[in-house]
Design a protein around this ligand. Structure first.
Ligand code: ADP
Length: 497
């Protein structure tokens, strides 16, 4: 039997506060293999990666490279052993060229002079050898996120890595860019590299990985070959129980238009703008707004939220969604406490607030000790449940939900999506702004794709897939005079593909 490039034997990490984040993990990664490490938030994926990259020390167990035990006291030691980390958020210098970023800190030098020509040639050679399209002279600030991620990969390869760790690389990419990245990873694996890919997306496992390991609560709960895995089974392993069936949009009779916007324009000085957006949303429908981050979706959400009667679920719950040091109760009633039944004649009824908060906690299955716990101590998923519960407590007829499940584990995400569907079925008009295309496709009755501040395509119909929308998200395709008005034409699945 050949010796694997990487083997973990009983790898264990207990943090100083006593938390057992990795508990006896066994995993092997062969040369030429792509291995997906999956699990929900808090499963222990980052801890494992940090140990492999010398950022944390194991409490017990062993890391073996080519059968030899290793110990990395710092990232430098891991890099020398051939390990490269591609971080989730690129850490490049925007004002430097691609070549300069790739060689940064490991510059080819001659008598103390940086050799630009050598750097450019080296980047060219690596890019060609591994099929990673990159222009060495381009400024990083001009590149798409996908291209920047390729630069991070080149950077690792330049330092001699043959074992790449990728931390949630698909999270920030448009579908086309994800496919390009996965094709590049496949080419790298074919050239003999080993790839450990952290992801929480089941589709990534099935699309690109040869094998997978599922972590839950710091332990390996499943592993195997991707070709033998099924999406439903993987999901159940990830959350530890079978999932409720996904919400399905049903064709429905549309009610009266509850939200109408015409010619929304906003210049910000930055690249993001609104360049004349028209949209309608009727009672009982969800309008999904898709797009690569930064194309005006969040400006649109905020513009709509300024209209009377519109309730907003903000995209940045930690920044402006909750006050993290205040209690769950204080956060939960932040928009309703002034009126009966929570206050009477200007006096807060603390018992009523306590009872209302307890009801939200029960109804939404929030894992919390009680209404007085600081909301900042909750996990992202539980915090978001309170944020949505609070929005729904106002009985909105029009809701704008911005990234409602971003950074939330899949169990909580399912739950939150089901609540949005229930609100729609009860007759509300919903605008769903999401960077998660699967979510958009699953929930939306109509879909508007935004590109550079405008609506580039308007879609309806069963059978729409991510591939059909991708060209519109990147600006490659555009419907003339597209808008999301109810009387506007739309593209259906057949035409879009
Ligand atoms: P994942 O990457 O799968 O989301 P993490 O490895 O970040 O999971 O976290 C695993 C567990 O370890 C979580 O419960 C997290 O709160 C905890 N944890 C992470 N880093 C630390 C730390 N430095 N000290 C204490 N606990 C930590």
């Amino acid at each position: 039997m050949t010796v694997p490039r990487l083997a973990l034997r009983g790898l264990t990490k207990r943090y100083p506060n006593g938390l057992l984040a990795n508990d006896g993990i066994d995993l092997t990664l062969a040369r030429g293999e792509i291995h997906a490490l999956v699990g929900e938030n808090g499963a222990g994926k980052s801890t494992l990666i940090r140990m492999l990259y010398g950022l944390e020390q194991p409490s017990a167990g062993a890391i073996l490279l080519d059968g030899e035990p290793v110990r990395f006291d710092a990232p430098g030691a891991a890099i020398r052993a051939g390990i490269g980390l591609v971080p989730q958020h690129v850490q490049l210098v925007p004002s430097f060229s691609v070549a300069r970023n790739v060689v940064l800190g490991a510059e080819p030098q001659r008598w103390g002079w940086l050799r630009h020509g050598a750097a450019t040639r080296a980047v060219h050679a690596l890019a060609r050898r591994y099929g990673l399209a990159a222009d060495p002279d381009a400024l990083v600030s001009t590149l798409s996120l996908g291209a920047q991620q390729r630069v991070e990969i080149l950077k690792a390869l330049y330092r001699g890595a043959d074992l790449l760790l990728l931390d949630e690389p698909g999270a920030v990419l448009a579908p086309d860019e994800s496919s390009a990245l996965f094709a590049a990873l496949r080419a790298l694996a074919d050239a003999g590299m080993s790839v450990l890919l952290i992801t929480h997306k089941i589709a990534d496992v099935l699309d690109v990985a040869d094998r997978y390991t599922v972590l839950r609560g710091g332990r390996v709960v499943a592993s195997g070959r991707s070709c033998d895995a099924a999406a439903a089974g993987l999901a159940a392993h990830i959350v530890g129980r079978p999932l409720a069936p996904a919400a399905r949009p049903v064709p429905r009779a549309r009610g009266e238009v509850l939200l109408r916007a015409r010619g929304l324009v906003q210049a910000t000085g930055a690249a993001e703008c609104l360049a004349g957006v028209d949209l309608d949303v009727a009672a009982g429908e969800i309008l999904g707004v898709a797009g690569v981050d930064g194309n005006g979706q969040s400006l649109l959400a905020r513009a709509l939220a300024r209209m009377p009667g519109v309730v907003l679920v903000t995209e940045d719950r930690l920044h402006d969604g909750v006050a993290p040091t205040l209690s769950i109760a204080e956060n939960a009633v932040a928009s309703t406490y002034r009126a009966a039944p929570l206050s009477r004649h200007g006096v807060l009824d603390l018992d009523a607030i306590d009872a209302a908060t307890r009801a939200m906690i029960d109804d939404f299955g929030v894992a919390a000790t009680g209404p007085q716990q600081a909301i900042g101590a909750l996990s992202g998923g539980n915090m978001q449940k309170i944020v949505l519960a609070r929005a729904l407590a106002a009985h909105p007829r029009v809701l704008v939900a911005c990234q409602p499940t971003r950074g939330v584990d899949i169990g909580a995400a399912r739950f939150l999506r089901a609540r949005l569907v229930a609100l729609r079925d009860a007759g509300a008009a919903i605008v769903l702004v999401s960077g998660d295309l699967d979510e958009i496709l699953e929930l939306s009755d109509r879909i508007a794709v935004m590109f550079r501040g405008a609506i580039a395509g308007h879609f309806r119909g069963p059978g729409l897939g991510a591939r059909a929308l991708a060209g519109y998200m990147t600006g490659a395709r555009r419907q003339p005079q597209a808008s999301a008005r109810l009387d506007a034409p739309f593209v259906d699945a057949g035409e879009a593909a």
